[in-house]
Design a protein around this ligand. Structure first.
Ligand code: CA
Length: 222
């Protein structure tokens, strides 16, 4: 079972969460503030993170930004807000899911299990003859390895996660350069290089530019 780190300052909720997660089979660690949470993330990286937004020392947003800058642990946010815009922002900033307080522990377990399934299944993506192995940081077209830079591989992996879906420029920038958007047309330059490398390997027509919207990876029709 995946190991869960809970960062929650409410002592009753923290205690209940740790105990009930462990009863449900998730080995759990509980930290009561942002600084201790960041230390735990660094020293004992969990498989899943449950993060309360309102902490006494650091903002949950700040922790989320730091987590996203350094890794891809799935993050479920606990929030008291009913503000839809705020939740959309959190998802854009790299949260994988959120739960409104108060919630039922069963719902938390179900969501954590779903996040874990997605993560385990989500390490390799196949679109037509393209295979992106994010964990091994490699990509292939047929048998042929593609010589991609880490950024190109991240871009390809992001698009390959949902073949056919158009990712907006903003979404791509938020996912690939969290908290540190590149200047001017860096995304376009990386995409052009990626497209050229795909074409050189024979993977033509996979990377689509949807003018005014963004980019998509598709399996081209013969
Ligand atoms: Ca709180």
């Amino acid at each position: 079972m995946p190991r869960v780190l809970v960062i929650e300052d409410d002592p009753d909720l923290g205690r209940i969460l740790k105990a009930s997660l462990e009863r449900a089979g998730f080995p759990a660690r509980w930290e009561r503030n942002g600084v201790a949470g960041l230390t735990a993330l660094r020293e004992d990286p969990p498989d899943l993170l449950v993060l309360d937004l309102g902490l006494p020392d650091l903002d949950g947003d700040e922790i989320l930004a730091r987590v996203r800058a350094t890794g891809d642990v799935p993050v479920l946010i606990l929030t008291a807000t009913r503000d839809l815009e705020r939740k959309v922002t959190l998802l854009r900033e790299g949260a994988d899911d959120y739960l409104e307080k108060p919630f039922h522990p069963e719902e938390l377990f179900a969501r954590l299990e779903a996040l874990w399934r997605r993560k385990v299944a989500g390490r390799r993506y196949r679109v037509g003859g393209l295979l992106v192995d994010r964990e091994a940081q490699r990509a292939f077209f047929g048998e042929r390895p593609l010589a991609l830079s880490p950024t190109e591989l991240e871009l390809l992996a992001l698009l390959a996660r949902r073949p056919g879906r158009v990712f907006s420029r903003e979404e791509i920038v938020a996912a690939v350069w969290p908290g540190d958007p590149p200047r001017s047309n860096a995304l376009e330059v990386h995409m052009a290089k990626l497209r050229a490398k795909l074409a050189r390997a024979g993977a033509r027509g996979y990377l689509r530019t949807v003018r005014g919207h963004g980019y998509a990876l598709v399996e081209p029709r013969e």
